[in-house]
Write a protein that binds this ligand. Structure first.
Ligand SMILES: *[C@@H]1O[C@H](CO)[C@@H](O)[C@H](O)[C@H]1NC(C)=O
Ligand SMILES: *[C@@H]1O[C@H](CO)[C@@H](O)[C@H](O)[C@H]1NC(C)=O
Ligand SMILES: *[C@@H]1O[C@H](CO)[C@@H](O)[C@H](O)[C@H]1NC(C)=O
Ligand SMILES: *[C@@H]1O[C@H](CO)[C@@H](O)[C@H](O)[C@H]1NC(C)=O
Ligand SMILES: *[C@@H]1O[C@H](CO)[C@@H](O)[C@H](O)[C@H]1NC(C)=O
Ligand SMILES: *[C@@H]1O[C@H](CO)[C@@H](O)[C@H](O)[C@H]1NC(C)=O
Ligand SMILES: *[C@@H]1O[C@H](CO)[C@@H](O)[C@H](O)[C@H]1NC(C)=O
Ligand SMILES: *[C@@H]1O[C@H](CO)[C@@H](O)[C@H](O)[C@H]1NC(C)=O
Ligand SMILES: *[C@@H]1O[C@H](CO)[C@@H](O)[C@H](O)[C@H]1NC(C)=O
Length: 843
């Protein structure tokens, strides 16, 4: 590599030394010694690729060994060991090459012809003495460390450090703050755990390029990075960052590439970012950014690429995207936002994806975007209505006309006493407690007022005498947007007096009825089992629950249509889901509900259902504010509408994240087979608990087996264990795992991925489980690239081949499968609700 000129230089140097001090062999001796060190690396089989030019006992600097460079004094200063098949821990000998300024042990992932892959392992201790290093590259070595290698912190001259894609876990290495000479710091695609600290990074004021993508930090975008004024490239994608975009980044005036996609970021694009005048590439897609898309952004002369899909950005765009308006623009993607006004015309040499917005004259379909608002509602609250100021922490807006904020349910429930909390947990979704006295009063009133109402339901309309006041418990409070307050009379009429023929389910939380309303709507009505408890706390809780539910809008959550809090009754009214629940679709036998008919769920539909459920849960975890933990994810809580779109039900029983009360463990309502085993260790529910349950549901979808199957041996009765056992028996194959009803007609590779995903979701350890957002990010592309098989998902008669299929013939006790249900299909142990004792933890 080294040119002849350099060799001549070296010879001149040697000659000079001879002339001046007659120390003839010193440089050669030094490089001979270093050559011997390199030979040791070969002998130790750390370097496995043959390097023919490395001839023992020759001078590496004079004999022109490959992969290295020397200075004029005969010291090796550069060692480029990319793709030389490095294997194992770095031998201590390497630490003797103290003159090294450049050491490259990386791999180039994109290069197919570069030679054998490097696989350095261990803690890199040998590097600790290489204090002259300015460049150290370890890219794409599978270090698999649980901590950042300490030796690196000693290398204070480093300017260029690349420890990316190296599978390092543990907290973010804040000690890097001592390496103040760093200009390039690449730490992407490791698995650091949060938070991402700003202060230590902000001391690295010479940084020009910083990439830390791909670690789940669950923290905010550190505003301190705004001090790194020489940054040209900042990449924090997929870091589980939440909160707003820091205005401080407006100080990053040299920034050319800002990559923040796939986080949890909210709020507007700050005005101060106007000063990022050198931006070329701006990627903020897949966040929760809310606010006007600033037109100045599009007009930054250098801006060539902007990716903003899947946010909540609104406002008009420029009339035209062409050189006049957007001088540098080449690619823009803004699908799935709420951009309005006229759709801009686009010059031919600009690639623009602007679908699924709210432009004039466009249908505001949600077809490809899964979003909480539709264009009409969104515009109402942002353009026509006045924009209310932010509510104080833990409060949310209930009336955007009057800008009334209301305290969150989470706060309130924590203030409730133990009794109330437990009562609520037992009463579940809402259903709160009614005092027996109030019930009696109401019943008397009913009885006296309407004789036609006294059907065959002595339990409901029990006999009594004259009643008291009519509307004693219906305190006037703001009905939240989008839900309806029903009167008890309306509900009674719709259900024929809560007639048994209208009953479609029953669970720990009360009964569910289907109601036919005079305007033609068919809705599911969930009524509390009367539980005696503190009336006021109960009502308060109910109100908060309604407020919470009314704010949750997602196409994969069963929608709350209304409620009734009249006369001591606490009733929730939901959209009615025609095709019943997933449990019955997967497991119901011929004798079951659908009048002897069934729907065959093919591989595609199962994948789609999994994605729908994941999206619903991701919304609860990531978008709902405050985040909501479902706590009881299982197939009987997954309902399907007439188009077989899956929606998660019963999230009302959910409690807000991040944790249940710290002193008192409320009784979580979970179901055996789906319930996070870690709960028993930690007494704490987190979104990861839902991920566990989701993993089991996904396995059920894949295998068609039940979460707990008591008809087989105990080793195989648990679906997770069974799946793992099958995997162990047939490594690399999922044929024995996937539901035989699919008769092999599924993409094997995809289903292998699904099995892996399900098992990792159902990991015993919480920290191994991915977030629902991650799950969505895996499932979504699978579905998008899948070829939909032709299939008519209609009810069909049972084919005779299924007659022998395992089912539980007596599992159904209700005449109809239709509709929202808590636990419509209790089948012995399988759906036994776990009632945990209330545990008072020591303070
Ligand atoms: C090492 O060599 C590879 C391949 O020639 C090159 O891509 C890489 O930039 C070199 N490393 C350094 C630090 O110069
Ligand atoms: C990131 O890491 C994952 C897991 O180690 C790997 O599959 C993926 O290829 C890496 N991506 C890049 C760009 O290095
Ligand atoms: C930023 O870079 C310029 C020139 O490259 C340099 O003069 C200046 O000192 C740097 N600023 C900081 C804070 O390092
Ligand atoms: C999304 O943000 C919330 C906090 O707002 C956090 O609890 C949740 O874990 C985040 N999820 C992901 C995947 O970043
Ligand atoms: C950085 O930004 C903040 C907020 O935008 C501003 O107050 C501050 O003065 C800026 N600092 C520098 C050094 O420009
Ligand atoms: C951009 O569009 C505007 C409005 O149609 C037009 O006046 C202008 O000439 C266009 N610029 C270029 C460079 O085509
Ligand atoms: C920009 O759009 C062109 C044309 O569709 C496409 O070929 C190119 O890959 C895009 N560039 C980027 C960076 O996405
Ligand atoms: C797009 O085409 C216009 C002429 O129609 C040209 O002036 C401009 O430079 C082109 N832009 C890019 C990014 O190629
Ligand atoms: C909000 O408050 C105003 C004024 O009291 C009232 O007219 C309006 O109906 C309320 N809106 C809702 C959705 O409750």
């Amino acid at each position: 590599m080294r040119g002849a000129a350099e060799r001549i230089k070296l010879l001149l140097c040697v000659a000079l030394l001879v002339a001046s001090s007659s120390v003839l062999w010193r440089p050669a001796a030094a490089s001979l010694e270093q050559g011997a060190v390199l030979q040791e690396l070969l002998a130790a089989k750390w370097i496995t690729k043959p390097l023919p030019s490395w001839v023992a006992s020759t001078d590496p600097c004079i004999a022109n060994w490959e992969a290295l460079d020397c200075d004029t004094a005969g010291n090796i200063i550069t060692l480029n060991l990319t793709h030389v098949g490095l294997k194992g821990p770095i031998p201590a000998a390497l630490g003797k090459l103290t003159s090294l300024t450049v050491l490259d042990m990386g791999n180039d992932k994109t290069c197919k012809t570069c030679g054998p892959w490097n696989g350095v392992t261990g803690d890199l201790a040998a590097l600790g003495t290489l204090v002259n290093l300015e460049t150290l590259v370890l890219t794409s070595n599978e270090l698999s460390l649980d901590y950042f290698p300490n030796a690196i912190f000693k290398l204070t001259k480093l300017k260029n450090l690349r420890v990316d894609n190296t599978l390092i876990r543990g907290g973010f290495p804040s000690q890097l703050s001592t390496l103040t000479n760093l200009q390039f710091l690449y730490l992407g695609n490791n698995s650091f755990s949060g938070p991402l600290p700003g202060a230590p990074l902000s001391t690295l004021i010479n940084l020009r390029e910083l990439t830390i993508w791909g670690s789940l930090f669950y923290s905010v975008c550190p505003p301190e990075l705004g001090k790194l004024v020489n940054l040209t490239y900042l990449n924090l994608n997929k870091c589980a960052l939440y909160g707003g975009l820091p205005p401080e980044y407006g100080n990053l005036t040299q920034l050319e590439r800002l990559i923040l996609y796939k986080n949890n970021l909210t709020g507007p694009i700050p005005e101060s970012w106007r000063s990022m005048v050198k931006l070329k590439d701006f990627e903020i897609n897949n966040n929760y950014l809310y606010g006007k898309l600033p037109t100045w952004l599009l007009q930054i002369p250098s801006l060539a690429i902007i990716r903003g899909t899947n946010n909540y950005l609104y406002g008009p765009m420029l009339p035209v995207l062409n050189k006049t308006y957007t001088p540098g623009l080449r690619n823009i993607s803004m699908e799935c936002n709420y951009l309005n006004g006229d759709k801009p015309a686009v010059a031919a040499n600009i690639t623009a994806n602007l679908e699924y917005n709210c432009f004039t004259g466009e249908a505001s379909t949600d077809s490809s975007c899964f979003r909480p608002q539709n264009c009409a509602v969104f515009q109402l609250s942002t353009e026509n209505g006045l924009k209310c100021p932010e509510c104080p922490a833990n409060q949310h807006l209930v009336n955007s006309t009057t800008c009334i904020c209301f305290q969150d349910a989470a706060k309130t429930s924590q203030k409730l006493g133990v009794g109330a909390v437990v009562g609520v947990a037992v009463g579940g979704a809402v259903l709160v407690a009614v005092t027996i006295l109030l019930l009696c009063l109401f019943l008397r009133r009913r009885k006296s007022r309407s004789s036609e109402g006294s059907k065959s339901h002595p339990d409901f309309f029990s006999t009594g005498k004259e009643g008291g006041s009519l509307r004693f418990n219906s305190i006037n409070w703001e009905v939240p947007n989008g839900v309806q307050r029903f009167t008890i009379i309306e509900l009674i009429n719709a259900t024929n007096g809560f007639d048994k023929a209208h009953e479609i389910g029953e669970g720990g939380f009360g009964k569910v009825f289907v109601g036919n309303f005079p305007d033609g709507r068919v809705l599911a009505i969930k009524r509390a089992a009367p539980v005696s408890a503190n009336e006021e706390a109960g009502h308060h809780q109910f109100r908060n629950e309604v407020l919470l539910l009314s704010r949750l809008h997602h196409k994969n959550l069963v929608r709350l249509e209304g409620f009734c809090d009249e006369g001591g009754y606490q009733v929730l009214v939901y959209e009615f889901m025609k095709l019943g629940n997933l449990h019955s679709l997967l497991h119901e036998s011929e004798q079951g509900k659908n009048a002897g008919k069934y729907i065959m769920l093919d591989w595609y539909k199962r994948l789609e259902i999994a994605l729908h459920v994941a999206q619903g849960l991701d919304y609860l975890h990531s978008f709902a504010d405050p985040p909501v933990i479902h706590r009881d994810v299982k197939p009987s809580n997954i309902l399907l509408d007439e188009n077989l779109v899956a929606k998660v039900a019963d999230f009302g029983i959910s409690r807000e994240s991040p944790e249940v009360d710290t002193h008192v463990s409320t009784r979580p309502a979970g179901t055996a087979g789906y319930f996070d085993p870690q709960y028993f260790l930690r007494r704490q529910l987190t979104p990861a608990s839902d991920v566990y349950s989701f993993g089991v549901v996904l396995l059920e979808l894949i295998t068609g087996r039940r979460a707990i199957d008591l008809t087989v041996t105990s080793d195989d009765s648990n679906l997770i264990e069974w799946t793992k056992n099958q995997r162990d028996r047939n490594p690399g194959s999922v044929v024995s795992i996937v539901d035989h009803k699919l008769e092999g007609t599924y993409p094997h590779e995809m289903y292998t991925k699904l099995v892996d995903l399900a098992l990792i979701c159902a990991s015993f350890e919480r920290n191994k489980r991915p977030s629902m957002k991650y799950v969505v990010s895996v499932l979504e592309p699978l579905l998008q690239t899948a070829e939909r098989p032709p299939q008519n998902y209609a009810l069909q008669p049972w084919p005779s081949t299924h007659a022998t299929r395992k089912g539980s013939p007596n599992s159904s006790s209700h005449p109809s499968t239709m509709g929202a249900s808590d636990e419509s299909f209790r089948t012995g142990v399988e759906y036994t609700r776990i009632e945990m004792p209330t545990i008072i933890l020591p303070r």
